[in-house]
Write a protein that binds this ligand. Structure first.
Ligand SMILES: [Zn+2]
Length: 128
C-alpha cells in the first residue's frame, strides 16, 4: 500500500466513517450527551443526541469497538439531510469561533465561500 494515496476505496471509507462516528460517540459521552446503541443483530445503530438534535449511524456489529450503553429513545424519523444540517450546525456553532477573515478583519460567515469573509477590497486579486 502506498503512503501517498489520495483516494480510498468504498470499504475503507466506510471503515473510517464507522470509526469516526464511534470516536464522536465516545467524545459525546465525555461531554455528557446522551449516546447509545439500539441493537440490531447485524447492524446496531449508534445514536447521539446533539444539542441540534438526534443523529445516528448504522455500524456493522463486527466494527463496534466500544461498549456503548443502550439507547432508550426512538428514532425521531429525520432523514439524512436533517442529520447533515445538524452536524453542520454542531461543527460550526458549538464552540464560539474567532470570526475573523484571513486578513484579520472582522468577518461574517459567507455560505458561498464556506468560510468567514470580511468582503474587503483587499481580496479582489485572490477571488476566483
Ligand atoms: Zn478579509
Amino acid at each position: 500500500m502506498s503512503g501517498r494515496r489520495t483516494e480510498s476505496v468504498a470499504d475503507e471509507a466506510y471503515y473510517d466513517r464507522n470509526q469516526a462516528a464511534q470516536a464522536m460517540g465516545v467524545m459525546a459521552l465525555q461531554l455528557g450527551f446522551s449516546v447509545g446503541i439500539k441493537d440490531d443483530p447485524e447492524w446496531p445503530i449508534l445514536y447521539i443526541d446533539l444539542p441540534q438534535g438526534q443523529v445516528s449511524w448504522h455500524i456493522p456489529k463486527k466494527e463496534l469497538k466500544f461498549d456503548f450503553p443502550p439507547y432508550s429513545k426512538d428514532w425521531d424519523k429525520t432523514g439524512t439531510n436533517t442529520k447533515r444540517v445538524r452536524m453542520q450546525e454542531y461543527i460550526r456553532d458549538s464552540i464560539p469561533q474567532q470570526k475573523k477573515c484571513w486578513c484579520g478583519e472582522t468577518a461574517q460567515y459567507n455560505s458561498e465561500y464556506g468560510t468567514y469573509y470580511c468582503g474587503g477590497s483587499i481580496h479582489k486579486a485572490y477571488d476566483r
